[in-house]
Design a protein around this ligand. Sequence first.
Ligand code: ADP
Ligand code: ADP
Length: 241
Amino acid sequence: SAIVSLRGVSKLFPVQGSKRTQRTEAVRAVDDVTLDIEEGTVVGIVGYSGAGKSTLVRLLNGLERPTEGQVFVKGQDISSLPEGELRKVRAGIGMIFQQFNLLKSRTVSGNVAYPLKVAGWPKDKIKPRVDELLEFVGIADKAGSYPRRLSGGQQQRVGIARALANAPDILLADEATSALDPETTRDVLRLLRRINKELGTTVVVITHEMHVVREICDTVVMMESGRVVEAGPTYSVFADP
Ligand code: ADP
Ligand code: ADP
């Protein structure tokens, strides 16, 4: 069944019109998107820069509210939830980013412990959880290092461990491998696949790189000018003519 559903979702942003007309116009960053993301799958959202991928992701985790339509996460319509309720929904969604977004002043352990502290985990439970997460992503030996001492691939593993800390059902990866070389990219993609298989996490991969999708995604959603122009199993979308 669907863990995330979008029904006729549009997001408009006001943009300043030309000086002459003084009109405020709007850009449809996301334009009438209807979409189901099936639980336990790896889904790729692909499209060129400006296609609306980031806006779509921000709609999924409640960082933006739709101008039109509804966004359902685990059956709940989050389109008009109050901010406090949205925070709870967001807590069930892990995010990883192109630039890793790690805290420079904290060690690897400190970075992974951070979301657990915020969630109010008791102190004596935090350390074993952090150790388990670092072990899972394969950087237990870097627990005491600072992020700047790590390679890009290692930093992204820390980002992934942090995203998994509160055992989210959904992991959103926004251009998570765009800053990595091809070999490191493959390692990180394999890790995402393993997270999906072993933890059952639904993984949503946002990327402008088609090869990323071809490597790990069960299904693919192609966006262009805010619209979904193609969606289906990866093999059918990329099938040779
Ligand atoms: P990407 O191409 O990786 O999606 P962008 O540079 O397009 O990144 O966007 C980065 C951030 O800036 C996003 O949060 C996006 O919503 C915002 N953004 C993009 N275009 C505009 C714009 N024209 N005006 C204001 N904010 C924008
Ligand atoms: P992508 O992630 O595929 O690069 P975005 O979702 O960042 O695409 O942007 C889609 C379109 O919406 C672009 O034309 C972008 O400039 C515009 N846009 C995104 N965020 C904003 C914003 N906060 N304000 C104005 N325009 C925006």
